[in-house]
Design a protein around this ligand. Structure first.
Ligand SMILES: [Zn+2]
Length: 129
């Protein structure tokens, strides 16, 4: 069976049988094109999460840990989109990929990248070996 590059349609003549692209440029172009997110409901949610993520990144990179919900919504933040949440003392902790934050009605706070708190947790661990 002749495999074809799913981006440019050229035949794939060599490589593993599960290859989908003729070269890495096609792979990158395909993923950049967002054809990857094949269905409209999925791509809409991904875009909303991505926008939320970028807004949360901006908060962190500007040195803040909180922001008012009104400002965030003005920027396009959609509070109903989260990747997961956890019950923690005093409420819920929400996650958008590797960023975690807390939310009360009018603001979000404790905005942090997961790695940062991961480092803190690790310093409290007793090594196994
Ligand atoms: Zn190709």
């Amino acid at each position: 069976m002749v495999k074809k590059c799913i981006y440019c349609g050229k035949e794939i003549s060599q490589g593993r049988s599960d290859r989908k692209f003729c070269n890495s440029n096609c792979r990158a172009s395909y993923h950049n094109s967002r054809a990857y997110y094949s269905s409209a409901p999925v791509s809409g949610v991904i875009r909303s999460l991505e926008r939320n993520y970028n807004i949360l990144c901006d908060i962190i990179s500007s040195g803040n840990e909180s922001a008012s919900m009104g400002d965030l919504v003005d920027e396009g933040f959609r509070p109903e989109y989260v990747t997961s949440y956890m019950k923690v003392r005093g409420g819920d902790e929400l996650r958008c990929f590797d960023i975690r934050y807390r939310q009360s009605g009018l603001k979000i706070f404790n905005v942090r990248k997961k790695e940062e708190s991961g480092v803190v947790i690790e310093t409290n661990l007793v090594p196994n070996e």
